[in-house]
Design a protein around this ligand. Sequence first.
Ligand SMILES: CC[C@H](C(=O)O)C(=O)SCCNC(=O)CCNC(=O)[C@H](O)C(C)(C)COP(=O)(O)OP(=O)(O)OC[C@H]1O[C@@H](n2cnc3c(N)ncnc32)[C@H](O)[C@@H]1OP(=O)(O)O
Ligand code: CO
Length: 134
Amino acid sequence: MIGKLNHVAIAVPDLEAASRTYRDVLGAQVSAPQSVVEHGVTVVFVQLDNTKIELLHPLGGKSPIQGFLDKNPSGGIHHICYEVPDIIAARERLKASGARVLGDGEPKIGAHGNPVLFLHPKDFNGALVELEQA
Ligand SMILES: CC[C@H](C(=O)O)C(=O)SCCNC(=O)CCNC(=O)[C@H](O)C(C)(C)COP(=O)(O)OP(=O)(O)OC[C@H]1O[C@@H](n2cnc3c(N)ncnc32)[C@H](O)[C@@H]1OP(=O)(O)O
Ligand SMILES: [Co+2]
């Protein structure tokens, strides 16, 4: 069911500083910040040869990543995103297996323009999992 690693997301307290680190210290290709209001984050993409890094910062007063940053003020790895060919089929299979699909269970359009869902970290060895139909 899961295919490629689409991205690894890092929640950061200072998006500009994190962007500079990836661009100037690690020599990576870094995008401009992109506000994704529906997801409550501002995101910067770090393009790698074989996957992407998402640098995330809370946007608005109800960001789902604010709690994570409160607990991890220096930031940290927030989630991993796997690609699936059919996100509805994946959702149904996961629900049938007892995994918790977060939110209302309906896919939203993510930062890459594809439908995404999130799975509870407690069901996946403490890792927040995102699925993206690609
Ligand atoms: C721009 C879109 C972009 C894209 O790729 O397209 C994105 O990726 S948007 C990313 C932001 N959106 C989300 O993260 C949506 C899914 N996340 C959530 O629904 C929440 O963050 C949730 C439910 C995972 C955690 O919410 P909250 O922190 O408010 O709840 P708790 O503090 O009660 O946490 C419960 C339990 O889970 C542990 N936890 C929380 N976040 C993480 C995490 N990122 N990785 C691993 N574990 C996490 C937390 O420590 C609690 O554990 P406990 O042992 O009970 O303390
Ligand atoms: Co993501």
